[in-house]
Ligand binder design. Sequence first.
Ligand code: ADP
Ligand code: MG
Length: 565
Amino acid sequence: MSICVLAPEVVSKIAAGEVVERPASVVKELMENSLDAGASQINIEVRGGGVNFIRVSDNGVGIFQGEAELAFYRYATSKIASLADLENTTSLGFRGEALPSIAQVAQVELLTRSKEEISGTYLCLREGKVVERGARANPQGTTVTVRNLFRNVPARLKFLKSSTTENSQITDLVSQYSLAFPGVRFNLIIDGRRVLHTPGNGKLRDVLVQVYGLETAQAMLEIGKSSREGGLAPVVSGYISPPSLSRANRSYLSFFVNQRWIQSRLMARAVEKAYEGLLMAGRHPIAVINLSLLPQWVDVNVHPTKREIRFSQEPIIFNTVYGTVRRTLVERVPVPEVSLSPHPVFTPEQQPLEGPSDGKKPGFVLPLIPHVAPSGLPVLRVLGQLGNTYIIAEGPDGLYLIDQHAAHERILFDKILAQQAKEGVESQSLLEPLTIELSLRQEELLRARQEILARFGFVIEPFGERTYLLRAVPAILAGQGIEEPVKEALDSLEDDADPAEREEKLTASLACHGAIRAGQILSQEEMRELVKQMEKVTSPRTCPHGRPTMIHLSSGLLEKEFGRI
Ligand code: ADP
Ligand code: MG
């Protein structure tokens, strides 16, 4: 189709709006144009967080010389011509807004050649106006170069995050598109560094290797292989993680509808439901899922960025996604049995009551000397452990059940914060450096958050493609499986929020991994020590996530329950 300006009645029906919010939006729009042009290779080069320089070049169909200027008119598009087309559109773009919007806020150069033409077309625009045009040699395809983004919109420039944040947004964006289009070779270069390179051989697993690392990619399970294509029903395909592989947040869920990267609460809920009973609370799967369906089933014209969409048949979509994922999990993974703790409460070898050290029989006589620790917690006497998870203690006013994991988490959280306020978090070198494999996103976080990671005692060095050498970790993590905690520490730094919040999340993540687990048998001595430390913390009654660390059954309540009063 040739490029035409849309009729006003079509324009009024499209969810127009600001599409150029930040550098990543420019990359998104240009990359979508390349994909719509049928490119099999797309190179993306970015400098200075995208503000200085963005160049996207492709080997797609190119633009005819006579239409190149028209492409920069508002609402000029070759992708739809009428309202009827809008309903059936399968292209990523259709509003004819991106190029003119970008040209308004940056200096833009276009170099393009269609297959049918011998020489290419060159255009240079300033503030949306063509200032130079000409014929230039160019291989078939299109290259758009964007310089000095937002220089004429200082308010927008001020609003942008650091270039590392913008870079990681761009990296994430290109990774997602490369997952959606395994048949396209993507090449992303940031400040001269090759960040992502996909083979474009059509194999999604090979793209997963580039985005998530070899180990993760190999562990992932393929879904929807057997579903027949070509019917009217939606078809689900992609990869999901086995339950043994999970993440602490939902940012590893990628959803595509007809290869369009979307945000979908519905699909996220369907996937998480399929994992019900297979993952621990607070854990989330990794999933890359594409839903192919008739364009009429979905309205992409809801939001300017087109990342939010509307399904016309929500229950069918939900069930199809849920069903496909669940089936794969059940077929491929034995469902684990729920195992109750083999240790009954108060076994003979576990002293139920703390006995006096003189060997006399333990008794219930309470040393009721009212004493309150600085934490506001009364001095507690440990009686025993319940279900290897809770510490039973008594205080001057009744019984306390303490969640050993939550309590220890709180202690460690305070400890790390205190160290951090002084000379930094205590670090421990590993005797043998550990090789770890990071996802692309984690890699970017490692680069972007070097300073905070060093302050928290991490020493991590590059060691080849996607692999790193872990040389030192916060002392709190030492002596246990550290690979997962380190990855999660990185994930916890993802937040764009203010640095203080990031520090707190990292601290909470470390505290959680360093803390004793539920189900771990503790000696009397260990429990006494834990309770003693609890007395010193500032908010002993809640864990860093805000959950209670202890339940108090007051003497009054006990008396009432036993009908004594
Ligand atoms: P839209 O993608 O919504 O049509 P754009 O402003 O992004 O609007 O692009 C306008 C038109 O310019 C497109 O419809 C397409 O015809 C042409 N175009 C833009 N980028 C490319 C490209 N990389 N290759 C071929 N044609 C392109
Ligand atoms: Mg477009």
